[in-house]
Design a protein around this ligand. Structure first.
Ligand SMILES: [Zn+2]
Length: 348
């Protein structure tokens, strides 16, 4: 890689990989390791090589084209066994780069094609989370995505089932899908009800050039915004985030691939941090975007000179604004402080 300038504070990949990290915006379906997807494809009688198409080589035209990758993955995630294996293997892989707290999200309604009920889908995923947490040094919680393209009646029904499903790992609610076609005004009644039922809310908003969608999301009670990069050109939306102490779940590589942001050099995280906006760095879809948190940080270091201190800050922001219990927050926070401080002292 060619460096932009000589004064760069170079972060080392093996150190970045070793440091404790938090990933709050990680889609289960988009993050199942490729080798696992191939194993599941064989189990389902599907040509495993088709799974290679789930990994993006480069950028795509827009968010819609990006979302097409999921059409390849979703068909192999339709049985309890496959959902369990996919969840377990995903967490195992993520724990290898020392992510200490992970919020996985997925849309249960996309996994009913072979007759599973929402409760069966959730049970399988939660059992895998429990087993993976026993086997690896990582804490995991689950966020439920409703899909923007589903009608509100369908999503009200989903909320009713979620309310019946008591599980300590189910901690939050989100809307995913095509934001341009199905905006926050359309989903507002569902989000309001989720909030009334006591769910913590994060919403994908401002991913495709619509800053007013971020304002709407905050009005609906979201405490975190998935992506949110569109607010860079809109002072009102920026101030709304500041005033409400909103955390942006930023996903650099995904944002470049969907062309939400034109180039890494223009990635607005430092601009946001200077303005006092709370930012975190996340992967979005590890397999579809061919990424990891380590890769995200190394790219930010390369293009915009992101350093260990900034990396520490965004991980503190992330754990503080996570939907974890106070005990988990405190434990992970402590590990971030201790381990980053020793690296910062040695490397600077
Ligand atoms: Zn996302």
């Amino acid at each position: 890689m060619k460096r932009k300038n000589n004064k760069q504070n170079i972060m080392k990949k093996h150190i970045v990989a070793k440091l404790p990290k938090v990933d709050l915006h990680c889609h289960l379906d988009g993050s199942v390791p490729l080798h696992t997807l191939k194993k599941l494809a064989i189990r389902e009688g599907i040509d495993p090589d088709i799974m290679n198409k789930a990994v993006l080589e480069d950028t795509c035209k827009d968010l819609k084209e990006y979302l097409n990758c999921f059409d390849i993955i979703i068909p192999v995630l339709q049985t309890a066994e496959n959902l369990f294996d996919a969840t377990y293997e995903t967490i195992k892989e993520i724990s290898k780069e020392n992510v200490r707290y992970l919020e996985l999200r997925f849309a249960p309604l996309l996994h009913l094609e072979k007759g599973l009920s929402v409760i069966q889908v959730l049970t399988s995923v939660c059992q895998a989370i429990e087993k993976a947490m026993n086997d690896y040094d990582i804490k995991v919680n689950l966020l439920i995505c409703a899909m923007r393209q589903h009608d509100n009646e369908t999503n009200f029904e989903l909320l009713k089932i979620l309310h019946q499903f008591e599980n300590k790992h189910l901690v939050g609610f989100d809307f995913a899908g095509d934001e341009a076609a199905f905006n926050n005004q359309k989903i507002a009644p569902v989000v309001r009800q989720a909030k009334e039922k006591g769910m913590q809310i994060t919403l994908h908003s401002g991913e495709c050039g619509c800053p007013h969608e971020v304002v709407e999301a905050i009005k609906l009670g979201a405490t975190r915004i998935g992506h949110g990069v569109a607010i860079k050109d809109n002072l009102d939306a920026l101030e709304m985030c500041l005033a409400n102490n909103i955390l942006l779940e930023m996903c650099p590589i995904s944002n470049i691939q969907t062309q939400a942001i034109k180039s890494f050099e223009e990635y607005p995280i430092k601009y946001f941090m200077k303005k006092g906006i709370l930012c975190s760095i996340n992967t979005d879809n590890r397999t579809v975007s061919n990424t990891s948190l380590t890769k995200e940080y190394m790219i930010l270091n390369h293009y915009i000179n992101f350093n260990y201190r900034e990396m520490k800050q965004v991980n503190i922001n992330a754990i503080s604004h996570s939907f974890a219990t106070p005990t988990t927050k405190k434990d992970v926070y402590q590990r971030i402080i201790t381990e980053f401080d020793s690296v910062i002292e040695a490397e600077e």
